[in-house]
Design a protein around this ligand. Sequence first.
Ligand SMILES: CC(C)(COP(=O)(O)OP(=O)(O)OC[C@H]1O[C@@H](n2cnc3c(N)ncnc32)[C@H](O)[C@@H]1OP(=O)(O)O)[C@@H](O)C(=O)NCCC(=O)NCCS
Length: 163
Amino acid sequence: MTIFKGKKLSPRLYYLRPMEEKDIPYVGAIERQSFSNPWPESSFLGEIENESISFPFVIVYKPQEKVIGYLIYWKIGDEAQISNVAVHPDWRGRGIGERVIREILELMKKQGVRYVVLEVRPSNQVARSLYHKLGFEVIGVRKGYYKNPPENALIMGKILQDK
Ligand SMILES: CC(C)(COP(=O)(O)OP(=O)(O)OC[C@H]1O[C@@H](n2cnc3c(N)ncnc32)[C@H](O)[C@@H]1OP(=O)(O)O)[C@@H](O)C(=O)NCCC(=O)NCCS
């Protein structure tokens, strides 16, 4: 499948901020357009409330203050897991996903994270290519992890910093 890749969007035109309850309808809509097995909107509220381990962010397009994507990670001790990330279909292929993940990895470093993991469908070539570009490597497989359609999950990991 060919997916459109456009001109890079200037990073001055968008920013990351913590997700708030008012963002959930927009985040939920992007989630349903992005995944065949989407999280229910209640899960995003749960992430916002789970302040001790969850760090949910939205990507905002500045000129319209519009939510165009989101990223959630969990931090437990010195390990982090990117648990969900998506960019609205109309805004993909313009450098946004790569830039926000780089920014989040820097934030994690400041928080003392040493190791980051995530799960991805083997068929998700775009996401795999992005994670590979960011230095993630396949470290394992979770058999039958995904439903609708059923698929294993690849576990990818990246060392952010040594002790
Ligand atoms: C995965 C996702 C977040 C990437 O965000 P994005 O803003 O579209 O990605 P970027 O434009 O920053 O592209 C960064 C890299 O991703 C890969 N990529 C992006 N679009 C691609 C395409 N159409 N074909 C192949 N690779 C692509 C490339 O490696 C690209 O680097 P390059 O520009 O040097 O080629 C986005 O495509 C998305 O929301 N997908 C649906 C949800 C999803 O799959 N989330 C991840 C679940 S694990």
